[in-house]
Design a protein around this ligand. Sequence first.
Ligand code: AHM
Ligand code: MG
Length: 337
Amino acid sequence: MKSYSITTLNEFIIQRQADFPYAKGELSRLLSHLGTAAKIVNKKINKAGLVDILGESGEINVQGEEQKKLDVFADQTFISALQASGEVCGLVTEENQEIITFDDNLSLDAKYILMMDPLDGSSNIDVNVSVGTIFSIYRRVSQRGHRAETGDFLQPGSRMVAAGYVVYGSSTMMVYTTGKGVNGFTLDPSIGEFCLSHPNMQVPEAGNIYSINEGHYINFPDGVKKFIKYCQENDPETNRPYTSRYIGSLVSDFHRNLIKGGIFLYPQSAASPNGKLRLAYECAPMAFVAEQAGGRASNGHQRILDLTPESLHQRTPYYVGSLQMIERLEEFIKESE
Ligand code: AHM
Ligand code: MG
């Protein structure tokens, strides 16, 4: 009889704890709490078409965008799961203007903080298109035993301890890194477990997909315009023209490009001079995953992980994906200045 060996997310997390000899299991427990919260959110998203949960909640989030009901649900689910874990002293989410701090004794003593977009791409929910959760984990810089402070959340991405995302797609996957490669887990609904399905993920160095909202073309910087034309030119040697794919859901666009090889671009434009995406809890975590998979992430001039956010919800132009494609884009940007 054929025997099947599966590794669940929790088993994997515990196995990998050995990578960090002095680890006390706090990060492991935190990651496993995130996995559980993701399963709860997943369940709700799957039922979105069936119950009266679609549509706007009537509140406006800090970015001035209307929140969907599922945004609120995901936000609250992750916040309470993290508080219950006792492994973080505070967090920042896209849905909340200020930092959230926990003041029970366990959390006050916790050594980590977390930043997240609980439900990214949520405008896609009403049309049954994939959405995602993005998270990043840092060690706090403030003293343990006290409340988290804003400074804990304004650290350069290079200090990140772990990051990842959940994509709620045709299947649900959690992909994360603790700085030792990237691993992906697919949720098996029959047993309710994330199972290791994509060990040691690597992004192809030279991809052939470009992902950008070309509706804004006219407002893009010249370097980006030139790069898009480059993607569209014929050159069999470099596999051009490339293919254009854009879902409008960062996690899904990123995930596809991670597996197949490609570049995701969200430049600045006249309407959004700093781009649209948020540095701390959208761009930086995906940058950490990309780099750990052999890819790269840039704002056009600098490595994303070298940037220190000045404010919690700061935006940045964002380019992420296959190494050679990002390098080529950066050349076009430089030449156009
Ligand atoms: P959100 O955080 O409000 O959901 O917005 C972020 C989303 C990303 O998932 C996606 O990459 C981008 O917005 C798409 O923007 P656009 O519709 O301008 O192409
Ligand atoms: Mg978002």
